[in-house]
Design a protein around this ligand. Structure first.
Ligand code: UD1
Ligand code: UDP
Length: 363
């Protein structure tokens, strides 16, 4: 029996792990032990995904919670190590680029347990982002690197990662979008609940540290979204980090009166909000891609992105909040966005390929 410990902890990891776990658990001869670090813990940042996406209950919930990078990652490292010593798995599977990813990879590699990284090779080349450090270190600690795109493969080659460790498998978030996208259509009531008509609103999300922790950027972004809300409804499921930043900066009341703020929503509601939006404005990695999956024009409220193909194809527009006129760009796009039909991320069955490689590598 091949034993795999999967480490998750933050919202996007639940979605990625849901796609992989579904296939993993239906594969004979493979046993998954699920570890939740507790990095995200509010019901609408964690439980809702386990329930809706039918992710099995974690075998271990480490309950680490929030903290500074060092404290949070350090506590996770210690707690994950204990689990690994107890479980002695054949593989540790980590996802994406959060502190939970790095802690999982580091705990495993120090115990000489093979590590597989899903969403390997993404780079923003901005070392100020905590995610960039997590990605680079996790990739270099990993034995199998599951790259979602050709660009990711090239990035890993340039960093000298041995070719045999790199596997181009496609994007697990596309697997999730295909599988749960259909479910969302049947189950989500969010449009009715918020009184939204298809293509008559903009969907926005903001949560990156670089935007929330910089008062100038936070103000520029939310001033722009409030101004746009005068022309077309703006719906924004609010990440707890951003809620705190808006309250701290004294902007919350103004924003709440201009924009339709909601609590973070479950994945099925999010899919419906994305599919039916006229435009998406976001600093999220996952949401940028989902905009493309559902062919919704997207502006990314950042200076750079790891998902460069979408920008190169003209599908996603990077908007440095400080130097660009967000309102004018969005108005222009709303007027004349040229729909294209492109296939950059449309490689499905990433989850199946990942599991085949894990089995192959051990046999
Ligand atoms: C983390 C990831 C980021 C990812 C994001 C997905 C790191 C360094 N960052 O950022 O890459 O894009 O998750 O959403 O790992 N909080 C709550 N309730 C929760 C979780 C967080 O109130 O359930 C608040 C706390 O005040 C906390 C803050 O949000 O301090 C930030 O949470 P944290 O997990 O440290 O980082 P994220 O910004 O969520
Ligand atoms: N998401 C969600 N509810 C929300 C906001 C986002 O289900 O209120 C989903 C979104 O559809 C995507 C993932 O969470 O699949 C992206 O996570 P997030 O933006 O938190 O992190 P990132 O992808 O930037 O790391």
């Amino acid at each position: 029996m091949l034993k795999i410990v999967s480490v998750v902890g933050a919202r996007p990891q639940f979605i990625k792990a849901a796609a992989v776990s579904r296939v993993l658990r239906s594969t004979e001869g493979v046993k998954e032990i699920l570890v939740h670090t507790g990095q995200h813990y509010d019901a609408n940042m964690s439980d809702v995904f386990f329930e809706e996406l039918e992710i099995p209950r974690p075998d271990y919930n480490l309950g680490i919670g929030s903290g500074t990078h060092g404290a949070q990652t350090g506590k996770m490292l210690e707690a994950i190590e204990k689990v690994l010593l107890e479980e002695k798995p054949d593989w540790v599977l980590v996802y994406g680029d959060t502190n939970s990813t790095l802690a999982g990879a580091l705990a495993a590699v120090k115990l000489h347990i093979p590590v597989a990284h899903v969403e390997a090779g993404l780079r923003s080349f901005n070392r100020h982002m905590p995610e960039e450090i997590n990605r680079v270190l996790t990739d270099h600690a990993s034995d199998l690197l599951f790259a979602p795109t050709k660009t990711a493969v090239m990035n890993l080659r340039h960093e000298g990662i041995p070719e045999e460790r790199i596997k181009l498998v496609g994007d697990v978030m596309y697997d999730a979008a295909l599988f749960y996208g259909k479910m969302a259509e049947g189950q989500s009531q969010i449009l009715n609940k918020l009184g939204l008509k298809p293509k008559e609103y903009i969907l926005a999300t903001v949560h990156r540290a670089e935007n929330t922790d910089d008062p100038v950027r936070l103000k520029v972004i939310f001033d722009a979204l409030c101004e746009i809300a005068g022309e077309i409804k703006v719906v924004l499921p609010l990440h707890p980090r951003t809620r705190e930043a808006l309250i701290k900066s004294g902007m919350y009341d103004k924003v709440a009166s201009a924009i339709c703020l909601t609590e973070p929503v479950g994945y099925l509601d999010m899919v419906m909000l994305e599919k039916n939006a006229r435009l998406i404005a976001t600093d999220s990695g996952g949401v940028q891609k989902e905009a493309f999956f559902y062919r919704v024009p997207c502006v990314t409220l950042r200076e750079e992105t790891e998902w460069v193909e979408l920008v190169e194809l003209g599908w996603n527009i990077l908007l440095n909040p400080v130097f660009c006129d967000i309102v004018t760009v969005i108005e222009n796009i709303l007027e004349q966005f040229n729909k294209m039909d492109l296939n950059a991320y449309k490689q499905s069955s990433a989850a199946k390929k990942i599991i085949a490689y894990l089995i192959d590598d051990v046999i």
